[in-house]
Design a protein around this ligand. Structure first.
Ligand SMILES: *Cc1c(COP(=O)(O)O)cnc(C)c1O
Length: 385
């Protein structure tokens, strides 16, 4: 049997679905979603005021251990705001990984900065501490203004590692390295709700961390995001700037900064509260599925990306590696034709037209993973929760 046919068979067995379409991922609403959303409609508080936003933020604090959580309109705005809070200014450089969803680099551009791309590790698919270290040592220098990228003269104002598909990156090493260079870390944990490195939740290692609740993520609010931080002054500033920088008063419209309308609507937060109640069940399903895939694909000689020892992945999307780009393309064609939805990983960010002139280190692992990886169906079965 061809490897493409093996993939179809393994996925269909895992889901016990011998035929019919199997999506990559689909949200499921089997808990209190309808009841909570309905209650916001009945209360008329569907927008920027209402009790579910605060409840959603508290639930996220409890889940992640972050001292402060600020809900936002989406993961991109959470990242944009976090970059501004960390002190990123126009024309700064922000180091991130070339292998990420485009939103990571978009947020950097929205903050007026330019991304600089470094490689990922082949096991975690997250930013490689050694690639980051090499970039800093070979291309940057310490100065009174901070860490300066020699070739462009730009300041490295922040570092944004991403926890790919929920697999925790080597975040402790990245934070230690950045601390030694005086660079604040903002973790893009959009895909990593429920994932931990050691005992701590992804997104709580850096100065700030962000989450996404887009429809394809492990928990959804329709659209939504969140900022996590243990710094109470930054949290206060985040709340202020995401809500039009309005000075509190019973009726006066006074604003003391150019603020943003990044506040998560109550309607979306209601959906999110119901989803968070089921996070443990979603994670358990995905981990089970990932373990099943690991066993079945090992027997078939296909490598599966697995969590590193000492880490706990939510296995948001399961991923396998094929031989090369041509086998990958053949497998994408075959599996999608057979009704088993699969997708390639993102085109590396430095290959996109808007980021192709950004500074970068060596990106060999990024290119290899981009050629070989596909995501396979990873959604929770409604019957299973
Ligand atoms: C989903 C995602 C985002 C952006 O989240 P939105 O809520 O869609 O804006 C950012 N980074 C990564 C890695 C993501 O997967």
């Amino acid at each position: 049997m061809s490897r493409a046919a093996t993939i179809v068979q393994v996925v269909r067995e895992a889901y016990r679905r011998p035929e019919g379409f199997l999506p990559l991922h689909a949200p499921i609403f089997k808990g209190n979603e309808s009841a909570y959303v309905q209650s916001t409609i009945e209360s008329t508080f569907v927008s920027s005021v209402g009790e579910y936003v605060a409840q959603f933020e508290t639930m996220l604090q409890d889940l992640t251990g972050a001292a402060h959580v600020i809900a936002t309109t989406n993961g991109t705005t959470a990242l944009h705001m976090s970059l501004l809070l960390a002190g990123v200014e126009r024309d700064d450089l922000v180091v991130t990984q070339a292998l990420s969803f485009v939103a990571t680099a978009n947020a950097i551009a929205h903050a007026g900065a330019v991304p600089a791309f470094v490689d990922v590790d082949s096991d975690s698919l997250g930013m490689s501490p050694s690639a980051l270290g090499a970039f800093l040592i070979e291309e940057c220098e310490r100065s009174s203004k901070g860490c300066i990228h020699r070739a462009t003269g730009r300041r490295i104002a922040a570092c944004v590692p991403m926890h790919s598909f929920g697999l925790p990156a080597r975040i402790e090493e990245i934070v230690a390295l950045c601390d030694s260079w005086g660079i604040p870390v903002i973790e893009d944990a959009a895909e990593a709700l429920g994932s931990r490195s050691g005992a701590a939740h992804c997104g709580t290692f850096g100065l700030l961390g962000t989450l996404s609740f887009n429809g394809n993520k492990i928990c959804t609010t329709g659209g939504g995001g969140a900022i996590m931080t243990n710094d109470s002054a930054l949290a206060k500033r985040a709340k202020h700037l995401t809500t039009t920088a309005k000075v509190p008063h019973r009726w006066r419209f006074e604003h003391d900064a150019v603020g943003f309308n990044f506040r998560l609507p109550n309607l979306n937060a209601a959906l999110g509260c119901a989803q968070l109640e089921q996070l443990d069940a979603f994670v358990a399903f995905k981990r089970n599925l990932a373990h099943h895939y690991q066993g079945a694909f090992r027997d078939a000689g296909i490598s599966v990306i697995a969590e590193r020892p000492g880490t706990f992945s939510n296995y948001w999307l399961s991923a396998i590696l094929l031989k090369d780009r041509s086998e990958r393309d053949a497998c994408l064609e075959f599996t999608n034709e057979a009704g088993v939805m699969t997708r390639p990983i993102w085109e590396p960010l430095h290959t996109l037209p808007m980021f192709c002139s950004a500074p970068r280190g060596a990106l060999d692992v990024t290119q290899e993973i981009a050629d070989r990886l596909i995501n396979i169906p990873s959604g929770v079965l409604p019957a299973a929760v």
